[in-house]
Ligand binder design. Sequence first.
Ligand SMILES: *Cc1c(COP(=O)(O)O)cnc(C)c1O
Length: 466
Amino acid sequence: MHRTLADDLSRLPELLQSARDFAAREVAGLDARPVAHLGGPPDAEPLPADGVGAEGALARFAERWAPGFSASAGPRYLGFVTGGATPAALTGDWLTGAYDQNSAGGGDSTATALERETLSWLRELFGLGDDHSGAFVTGATVSNTVGLAIAREWLGERLGVSVSEEGAGALGPVDILSGSPHSSVPKALSVLGIGRGRLRTVPLLPGGREAVDVARLDAELEALDGRPAVVVANAGTVNTVDFDDLRAIAALKERHDFWLHVDAAFGGFAALSPSYAHLVDGLDAADSVCVDLHKWLNVPYDAAVQFTRRRDLQVRVFHNASPYLGAPTGEPDFVHLTPENSRRLRALPAWFSLAAYGRAGHREIVERNIALARRLGDGIADVPGLRLLAPVRLNVVCFTLEGDAGRERVHALGRAVAGSGEAFVTPTVFEGTHALRAAFSNWRTSEADTDRVLAAVRRAAGATDS
Ligand SMILES: *Cc1c(COP(=O)(O)O)cnc(C)c1O
């Protein structure tokens, strides 16, 4: 064994203690550090010929890289839809690395059974029935991709061809219909050989809504004249957190032949609150469902879950036939369900957080975030020179400048907010208007944090105005 490596091995408990102390300081400092780092990276260094050992690497990291990391795990990082890591989730994540299990298949460990237990807890949390089976993947983009891959196989089944054997070309042109699909959906269609151009957006409800007009969807499906299609329903859009009427869409199945995929990346968490659960009413009727976990469950990157009613088709797409891996019989191993072969035990942080806080604890996070988004929305509506672009429907505040809300001015406002170090929000375009989004999904965020965000936005707007 290399001398430095042997040395590290002999001092492993002390090294882990150093890492713990360092991490504890960093996490404790989340409130004080600038929320975003706007400077560049340090100068590159060459590959070390001789390493400096783990303690030395920690010192180098602390000096060169740590200062440039954002406080994205902290309470006032409201860009994109970004969760933090609950204390229990972080604990589970550390142990994931320590145990280094490969959750591809069983036979040598109970790790895959832990993943299954976590999946059944999540299924219950989101109100899905026993007909849905799940698997962990890295994020909602991959979850959408897996769901749409199963949909593609289903289209083949309807048309009497096997896509997994013959390729996507055997299908001919495919119809994918959606109201306000997330950008990861066309990406998935590109990956799957269906093509971004096959995504057809269906008109939305009037009045600034991002929810699909179900009557128009009905008409589009009717026009297909019996040809099977795929409908991507959206449960929580990123700009205004609007929800398609899932129950009404599912009811269209009585008259039309389509696969229903629901992108509930963060909107799925509405199910945790009795006041908002109606927004995802009908989720269980989906053929495949995408929910992100590194957003509103507040587990560290990267984790999402995908559910489907057609695991048989999923196995057809993803089975990895090899004598050394075993055949997908009975309860298929995860290696036969997702794009990965070897798989990190992503379930462990989620298992820890659910074990630690249960349904009630996670419901509290969701409801607090929603209340805080409303608080910020009310505050922003009162700031001269700013206006809300949409009502705060759930956990996102979408706002812009009064008057000339051109790209330059709106982006300058976002940069000024980030430059204050107090908060981080990200730009978007909604109905042709440049805007900023503040998305609440961190378990730490308090009323005081929200008021600090409002103050930072108010100051930045004043400065941008003058
Ligand atoms: C965030 C998001 C995605 C993509 O999620 P990743 O985890 O970044 O891959 C897909 N759909 C919706 C609605 C999202 O909010």
